[in-house]
Write a protein of this length. Sequence first.
Length: 183
Amino acid sequence: MQRWTFEPGHTAAEFCVRHMMVTDVRGHFKNVHGTLEFEPEFPALSRVEAVIDARGLWSGERDRDTHLKGSDFLDVERFPEITFRGSQVRLRGATEAVVLGDLTLRGVTRPIELYVRYLGQWQTPWWEDGVDTGPRTRAGFLATTRINRHEFGVSWNGALDRGGVIVGDDVAVTIDAEAILQP
């Protein structure tokens, strides 16, 4: 099985959650590391481990980022990492699969289904210290899931008039991953 590593500069995770009942708020994580065992000819045998540095959360608003990183939400002082480990793959087509695995968020681990689309691979340059030492093989993946934040102990909220809430329960997660084939 081929071994790949996620290229942190080109791998990112994003979340999207309803805010004030009328719009969505998005947040981003760029410091995503991990490994992937994957061969395009045998995708059902794949395994993945990914780690997100939760301290790097960015939503575009400093005060909101501070709140999201605090104990009401991610509590990054106590839980600086978000992890996913998946080893069970159900194929849905030539380039699509569901990866079943465990998401650990805020110290709570729950099984989730990650919907993954393989975007292909390409031979590319590989720059080290200003010198192209390539080519190296890169592969792209797009993964999505939806979680209920309360299942991970992220339950802060506030009430609005007419029964509304400040923060929605469901969180959409999107991961754009670029993986580098290891020699």
